[in-house]
Design a protein around this ligand. Structure first.
Ligand code: ADP
Ligand code: MG
Ligand code: MG
Length: 883
């Protein structure tokens, strides 16, 4: 026979799944000998049975009767007794805490008879009727579905009539009359009398708590936090104690450490002469716990002893509920306290230093995603500002800049070193250069998976999407928001963490790696096996990533060095050259510019590997837009004396048209450019190797890894590799420098993964480009997918995660795994890494750990996240091994 009911002295903290968090901890506190009002817990299994069948499982009723009988015996009182009634609370409590999501009924057992007994026993008629009306209010709301506000209205009215402002100023007679009014409301709204039989009350309350597992807010909460729907809630039936029995009674909530800073100081709030829900409801402003030391020193002493004991016992910061009934302390709940990221770090580090937990436990207790909060510029918490609009917090961090309304302006002003915020209706792939140049992005449309959001997150730039109140007038270059006009050039501040749009400049606080984060990361590094590198194209990003602990660059993209104002015209000449000489000439011009860029990045990463990817994107990304060109031509046609200009533009148009492709992402790009267009690879390699040789001559230690993109066939890599080595060796000889370097390839096409044994033979390393590998394996183009059908797929459950954020393990992951195995068989020394956006996603990192990659590479701001996630992955192995 399944046991469905456990007395508080039958359970313990290990029974969370069965008894829920609240129930198992009440049992644990009972075992520890703490003053817990007696009671029993009905298991989550009983709830699940009720959810499935709409009725109690066989035997449950009898078990409840038996436990209630024992409780009555123990308390020497009977539920609903006329002379001295036992009162209980009926409290929900799931295995995973869902604060405030489900329901609790207090003071159960009162009716017109037992309330008199309570009044007599306590000698306090006012108290008894106050308890009774509270019970009716809660029960009517939670069990009978009568709106709570109806009762609150009556109370307010009564206070008005009596000329008082506080509930405590109402008298016994007031409450007596209100009780009658409340019962009338119930009769009218619920269509039945308020149940007076205490056993019926209990039965109805238990069923209501069971049902509350599936109330809409609980369902939404579970979805939000990925909590399984089949856990069910337990029900705790517990003897009532009263914090509202006068000035020597109180109720409160406390934390063993400060949940926002993590400081080791007790923290809490309480109300004198109040019942539990009053503290949360904000009926009166609660006192800080320190006051209790003055008001009730003895109880303060007892409470702090209990707090210390609980923290030591659970070895973690506790969030505790207590009640004092006429100078006697009772513990009503304890659980691991929620905390901010900063507090999580501090508490974890402090507890290691106090000898309370191990370093491994400390690392395990900080959630990688939580770090995100800390690693971006933030609004100064002391600053004053005007929020003019709110949107979706699409990419965290705050940024200040002048408003611009198009990507080209953003780029021009950004390249002059000016700080701008790109404000768009919605962004498209054509806005990329503007996003790169801007401090942050604000859109009036689009959601969390819109283009702007995705791109900004990838770049670690603040972004707010869907700020609908903002009406952009592109022609007049203004936006209006609630009657306020903001012009191009006006300064705004955006906070992508909260979604606030603010007029003017707000002081920002730069993220820094504080001592606690540093310690956690260094402990994490002792634990992890995976290396962590960064994707960085600029010296600034490289520097930031190294400060955050990156152990090299896993992806440095040349193309981002080609789009500056001084570079783009040369690149265009290179692409559109009609003769070999013209192309060579343009390449010669580019080479020294690139060489300087590489030198700076290699210098910052001195002693650490830097993987430089040769030119990859479709060439049209560097060319003028066809439509723009046509418009310009149309204009010139009518301008006299612009003949020459017109003809030049016409030739350009013809060339751009000739270069245009039906499907550029699958067209002439990646190594295909190097394989078909003479001199392009050579010039890049010369710039890279010369930069490295320069540094070597200065006594530095540059570690270059040259990466060939978009290889599908071994032959492609063969051709490019031969070229790279020939050029590199030539430069070394000419500069008389000895330099080691690696030549490898990106694995980002299914064919490359499938033939990894062939390709792996001639590669020093593989880097999995999982963005493209996801696109090509799924046959999704990312922008189209995210803009059009992906949201629906996620909604419909066709996919459970966005495959561009979390690696599709079954498909793409299988290819990655296969490529690792195939390549290692033929080339055991091959280095394997990942440089897609997945390299910063904790769940994907776990997979990278499992398949035995050497490193992950992610955006600079994600480096600490990845370090921690890599440690968690390694700790997971340890836990698995001990199972
Ligand atoms: P939640 O999960 O929403 O916190 P609880 O079950 O903890 O709900 O109940 C809310 C409050 O009701 C508690 O903080 C406590 O103050 C009060 N409460 C619950 N049970 C009792 C009891 N047996 N005696 C006195 N107060 C209680
Ligand atoms: Mg609670
Ligand atoms: Mg790619």
């Amino acid at each position: 026979m399944t046991k469905y009911v456990y007395d508080f002295d039958e359970g313990d903290a290990g029974m969370k799944k069965l008894l829920g968090g609240k129930g198992s901890n009440l049992a644990e506190m009972t075992r520890l000998g703490l003053p817990v009002p007696p009671g029993f817990t009905i298991t989550t299994e009983a709830c699940n049975h009720y959810t499935a069948h709409g009725e109690y499982p066989p035997g449950l009723q009898e078990e409840i009767d038996e436990h209630l009988r024992r409780l009555e015996e123990r308390m020497g009182k009977k539920l609903g007794d006329k002379r001295d009634p036992l009162l209980v609370s009926v409290r929900s409590g799931a295995a995973i805490s869902m604060p405030g999501m489900m329901d609790t009924v207090l003071n159960l057992g009162l009716n017109d008879e037992s309330v008199k007994g309570l009044a007599e026993q306590t000698g306090d008629e006012r108290f008894a009727y106050d308890a009774y009306r509270r019970f009716i209010q809660m029960f009517a709301d939670i069990v009978m579905g009568v709106e709570r506000s109806l009762f609150e209205e009556r109370i307010s009215k009564r206070k008005e009539q009596r000329g008082v402002t506080q509930d405590v100023e109402l008298t016994a007679d007031d409450w007596k009359e209100l009780v009658e009014e409340f019962k009338a409301i119930v009769r009218e709204k619920a269509g039945r009398d308020f149940p007076s039989d205490p056993r019926e009350q209990l039965d109805l309350a238990i069923r209501a708590v069971f049902r509350s597992w599936n109330n809409p807010r609980a369902i939404t909460y579970r979805k939000q936090y990925d909590i399984p729907d089949d856990l069910g809630t337990a029900v705790n039936v517990q003897t009532m104690v009263f914090g509202n029995k006068g000035e020597d009674s109180a109720t409160g909530v406390c934390f063993t450490r400060d949940p926002s800073t993590g400081e080791k100081r007790r923290f809490g709030e309480y109300l004198v002469n109040a019942q539990g829900e009053d503290v949360v409801a904000g009926i009166r402003t609660p006192n800080s716990l320190d006051r209790l030391a003055e008001e009730m020193p003895e109880l303060y002493e007892q409470l702090t002893q209990v707090m210390d004991k609980l923290e030591k016992h659970y070895r973690d910061m506790q969030d505790i509920e207590f009640t004092i009934e006429q100078k006697k302390l009772y513990m009503l709940q304890t659980r691991t306290g929620k905390r901010t990221a900063a507090a999580a770090l501090k508490i974890a580090v402090d507890m290691v230093e106090e000898g309370l937990i191990t370093k491994e436990e400390a690392v395990a207790r900080v959630q990688p995603d939580q770090l995100d909060q800390l690693l971006h510029p933030r609004l100064d918490p002391d600053a004053q500002y005007d929020v003019i609009a709110r949107g979706l917090p699409a990419s965290p961090g705050a940024a200040v800049g002048e408003v611009v309304f198009d990507a080209d302006t953003a780029e021009v002003r950004g390249s002059r070193g000016e700080k701008v915020i790109l404000v768009r209706w919605e962004t498209t792939p054509d806005d990329i250069h503007g996003i790169i140049a801007a401090q942050g992005v604000l859109t009036s449309h689009g959601g969390m998976t819109s283009h702007a959001a995705v791109v900004a997150r990838g770049m670690g730039k603040p972004c707010i999407c869907g700020a609908e109140a903002i009406k952009i007038n592109q022609a007049e270059r203004i936006f209006e928001v609630n009657g306020l006009v903001v012009r191009e050039g006006d300064t705004i501040t955006i906070d992508g963490t909260s979604g606030k749009v603010i007029l003017g400049e707000v002081k920002l606080i730069e993220p820094k790696v504080d001592v606690n984060l540093e310690k956690i990361l260094s402990w994490a590094s002792e634990i992890r096996r995976l290396g962590v590198r960064t994707n960085a194209d600029t010296p600034e990003d490289a520097k930031r990533a190294r400060d955050f602990g990156a152990e090299g660059i896993g992806l440095c993209r040349i193309e981002h060095m080609l789009i500056g104002e001084d570079r783009l015209p040369i690149v265009r000449r290179m692409i559109l050259a009609e003769t070999e000489e013209a192309r060579e000439e343009a390449l010669m011009e580019l080479e020294p510019l690139l060489r300087r860029d590489f030198e700076r990045i290699l210098e910052i990463m001195d002693g650490l590997p830097v993987t430089i990817r040769l030119l990859d994107p479709p060439l049209h990304e560097f060319l003028p837009n066809l439509v723009d060109l046509r418009v310009e031509l149309e204009r010139l046609k009518h301008v006299p004396g612009e003949r020459e200009e017109y003809e030049a533009k016409e030739r350009l148009l013809a060339r751009v048209r000739a270069e245009s492709e039906a499907n550029p992402m699958l067209g002439l790009r990646g190594c295909r450019v190097g394989c078909t267009m003479g001199g392009v690879t050579e010039a890049q390699v010369r710039a890279i190797i010369k930069a490295a040789c320069d540094l070597k001559k200065q006594g530095k230690d540059p570690r270059v890894e040259i990466m060939v993109p978009l290889v599908a066939f071994r032959k492609e890599l063969e051709i490019e590799r031969e070229k790279i080595i020939r050029v590199a060796e030539g430069v070394k000889e000419a500069m008389e420098v000895d330099l080691d370097y690696l030549v490898g390839t990106m694995i980002e096409l299914p064919r490359a993964a499938l033939t990894a044994d062939q390709i792996g033979e001639i590669a020093d390393f593989f880097s999995f480009g999982t963005n493209d590998l996801t696109q090509t394996t799924l046959g999704f183009s990312r922008d189209d997918a995210e803009a059009k059908f992906l949201p629906v797929y996620l909604e419909e459950g066709i996919l459970t995660d966005n495959p561009f954020q979390t690696l599709d393990l079954e498909g793409v992951g299988k290819l990655v795994r296969m490529a690792c195995e195939l390549s290692r068989e033929v080339n055991p020394k091959i280095k394997l890494g990942i440089c897609g956006e997945h390299g910063g996603d904790p769940r994907s990192i776990r997979f990278c750990h499992e398949v035995g990659l050497d490193y992950v590479s992610c955006s600079p701001f994600r480096v600490p996240v990845a370090i921690l996630a890599a440690a968690h992955a390694a700790l997971g192995d340890v836990q698995d091994a001990t199972k």
